[in-house]
Design a protein around this ligand. Structure first.
Ligand SMILES: Cc1cc2nc3c(=O)[nH]c(=O)nc-3n(C[C@H](O)[C@H](O)[C@H](O)COP(=O)(O)OP(=O)(O)OC[C@H]3O[C@@H](n4cnc5c(N)ncnc54)[C@H](O)[C@@H]3O)c2cc1C
Length: 526
């Protein structure tokens, strides 16, 4: 779960297994018991080497400066990194990884640090490799509708660079003005319009990566039809645990001729009413988001001064249809009578802030707007089949009523991706514990309805403890086998995704025996 506070100072859970403070929480092999002086000496030697590789201006060792990087968007987990390096080229990244491997020091890639699951949480005994110096759009090929970009470039900068060619980069996380495409690849990020366009994985056709052995190599050739195993598919969404992305080939999409956006307000979050914003002329929308009137409403009205229909507590549904003028620009979508005072608007491409409908700008401000109604909140991220949404929302309301913990629902209704914001008072330990409990119960609910514990924010450190609720030990072991095949030393972003610190070569799971595929001679465990 992701905990946000107004002050940004929510305390770290005492049982946080990956804080990197003391002990050997990552599960990196072979270091428990080594004298602290040895670790310090190794880090000092590494500092000189990384300074030689990237230059003194690009290596940070000052404790005050290191604190800048102590967390990502999941501020409940914090740890100052041992060392920060900001490489400028792919070759430098490879050299840094090789240096870490030689020194047996763990390393973690960081993009813009907007992640909401602690994926870029540093380690006190590790190196944080910050990709923000590598932020060029290297090439745009309008004929084949693709671009080659560096990993630190922001999501929105890609669309801006492609705009003169009538193209844009379709995945549009709400954080798109800040988050990096490298981070998007690692998290397989989604966004409001992924309902029509798909997720990051559907828009990446090639990756240059540095493997955990420090080799520079390519996965995919930019055509999207590479032969052999789909290693590109394995890498996208691997949360920085299989290597570091240094270049990305992305697909570009033609900017739609027309966009029609509808904001419909309803007096209640009832299932029947919510369903009745019909698809326009039988066409599915590009994006459909919904909120229950707490966060989204304030985001829209408070931050962006959008004139809303009357009824301050209105529950809103925003939908956009994109495509040719003839089919979606001619007139606003029809809306059921139950929608109170629908307010249709029309405007340009959905991902461009300058021209984006204020409705979507308001929606994308919703998380921040929650600061107006609560000093702290957990951003939950689960997904359920669309058909289960009414039942799950009803149960979330019940959980909220039973616990006395307020929950604001803002979600990508089109693809069943829920973002319940579980509100509590900062500094109130009882409320914080109750909020954690409600959050966990919501994830259980998602699993119960055939969904998943994460829709787009990833597992990171935040949800690793929920992995056994969704996967059996065999499933988790199989994932570990893949990870260990690529990173046998266990140095690449250790302590993330998996529930225990078990890594390569350690006793695998509850069976206390080899994995069935290993026993059958089909896989080799290093
Ligand atoms: C207000 C707000 C709204 C958001 N809305 C959305 C949304 O709509 N949809 C959505 O999907 N997410 C959303 N997010 C979450 C977040 O923005 C995304 O997960 C984003 O992709 C993270 O990118 P980043 O550059 O900040 O990555 P970071 O937070 O820096 O890192 C995220 C993960 O990626 C890894 N990583 C980073 N760079 C690399 C690299 N070059 N190679 C390998 N691994 C790397 C890190 O190790 C870490 O595991 C939102 C976040 C905020 C704060």
């Amino acid at each position: 779960m992701t905990t946000q506070t107004d002050s940004g100072t929510t305390g770290r859970s005492a049982s946080d297994p990956t804080s990197g403070q003391g002990g050997n929480p990552s599960g990196v092999r072979g270091r428990p018991g080594r004298p602290a002086a040895s670790a310090a000496a190794r880090m000092m030697a590494l500092t000189s080497e990384l300074t030689r590789i990237s230059g003194p201006a690009n290596v940070i060792t000052d404790p005050q400066d290191l604190r800048t990087y102590e967390c990502d968007g999941l501020t409940a987990h914090r740890c100052s990194p041992g060392l920060v390096v900001l490489p400028s080229t792919a070759e430098q990244v490879a050299q840094v990884v090789r240096a870490c491997l030689r020194a047996q020091v763990p390393y973690i890639a960081r993009g813009s640090g907007t992640g909401l699951s602690g994926g870029a949480l540093p380690r006190a005994d590790g190196v944080l490799i910050v990709m923000s110096r590598m932020r060029e759009v290297l090439a745009i090929d309008p004929a084949s509708r693709r671009a080659i970009v560096e990993p630190g470039v922001t999501n929105l900068a890609v669309s801006k660079a492609a705009e003169p060619y009538g193209l844009f980069y379709a995945p549009d996380p709400s954080s798109q003005q800040v988050c990096s495409v490298g981070g998007n690849v690692a998290e397989n990020s989604g966004g409001a319009h992924c309902l029509k366009h798909g997720f990051t994985v559907h828009h990446v056709t090639g990756l240059q990566i540095v493997t955990p052995q420090g080799e520079l190599t390519w996965l995919g050739d930019g055509t999207g039809v590479s032969p052999g195993y789909d290693l590109l598919g394995v890498f996208v969404g691997s949360e920085g645990t299989l290597g570091i992305v240094t270049k990305i080939i992305v697909k570009l999409t033609p900017i739609p001729e027309a966009v029609t956006t509808l904001l419909a307000a309803f007096p209640a979050m009832e299932r029947g009413r919510c369903r009745r914003v019909r698809d326009h002329r039988g066409r599915h929308p590009a994006g459909r988001d919904r909120d229950d009137g707490r966060a989204g409403h304030r985001g829209r009205r408070g931050r962006r001064r959008l004139p809303l229909p009357r009824g301050a507590r209105a529950r809103c549904s925003s939908s956009s249809w994109t495509g040719r003028s003839a089919t979606c620009g001619a007139r606003p979508p029809r809306c059921a009578r139950s929608a109170r005072r629908p307010a249709p608007t029309r405007s340009g491409p959905p991902t461009m802030p300058a021209s984006a409908p204020p409705i979507w700008r308001g929606r994308k401000s919703a998380f921040a707007a929650v600061g107006r109604i609560s000093t702290a909140y957990i951003v939950q991220d689960g997904v359920v089949p669309r058909t289960a949404l009414p039942a799950v929302l009803d149960r979330i309301s019940e959980l909220s009523a039973e616990s006395g913990i307020r929950v604001a629902n803002v979600f990508h209704a089109g693809d069943g991706n829920l973002h319940p914001l579980v509100l509590f008072e900062d500094g109130d330990a009882v409320q914080a514990a109750a909020a954690e409990e409600v959050s966990g119960a919501i994830l259980d609910l998602c699993i119960e309805h055939g969904g998943s514990i994460t829709g787009e924010h990833g597992v990171g450190v935040d949800k690793s403890k929920y992995m056994p609720r969704m996967f059996r030990p065999d499933d988790l072991d199989t994932m570990q086998l893949l990870r260990c095949a690529l990173d046998p030393a266990g140095l690449c972003n250790p302590g993330k995704i998996f529930p225990t610190p078990r890594l390569c070569g350690e006793v695998p799971g509850v069976r206390r025996g080899p994995h069935p595929l290993v026993a059958a001679g089909q896989l080799e465990q290093f």
